[in-house]
Design a protein around this ligand. Structure first.
Ligand code: 5GP
Ligand code: ZN
Length: 109
């Protein structure tokens, strides 16, 4: 979607702090980090919210990439938190599905 911020980040049309990319996903640093490490993982295809995705293979692929990026790219061996905000009530501000990876310190509940 040409008017979607995260589609434009995934395509490279808008610059971001890329940390990982493959055929399926793009991962980049959050512009307002809430932890020492705060990375967003997005599918390259436009899916507005988690609630709009009924494809188990897609959701499994995304979680597998999150696990791999946290371990192999971000080296968060001590642990990390995974967050998906869903729709306005869940605090979602950008309507392109994204998974937050937060780490780099002991996170309070
Ligand atoms: P949400 O609240 O939708 O789950 O999270 C959206 C996240 O995207 C926020 O943490 C926000 O800081 C981040 N964000 C918003 N605009 C940009 C941007 O232009 N570049 C980057 N790298 N992150 C952004
Ligand atoms: Zn999009």
């Amino acid at each position: 979607m040409s008017d979607c911020l995260f589609c434009n980040i995934a395509s490279g049309a808008i610059a971001s702090g890329k940390v990982f990319e493959d055929d399926d996903v793009f991962a980049f640093k959050d512009i307002h980090p809430k932890a020492p490490t705060h990375v967003l993982v997005i599918p390259k295809i436009h899916i507005a919210t988690l609630a709009d995705c009924d494809n188990p293979a897609m959701l499994g692929m995304l979680m597998d990439r999150v696990r791999m990026i946290a371990d192999d790219v971000l080296h968060l061996a001590a642990g990390y938190r995974v967050v998906i905000n869903v729709r306005e009530g869940g605090g979602q501000e950008v309507f392109h599905l994204h998974i937050h990876i937060l780490g780099g310190k002991k996170l309070p509940f």
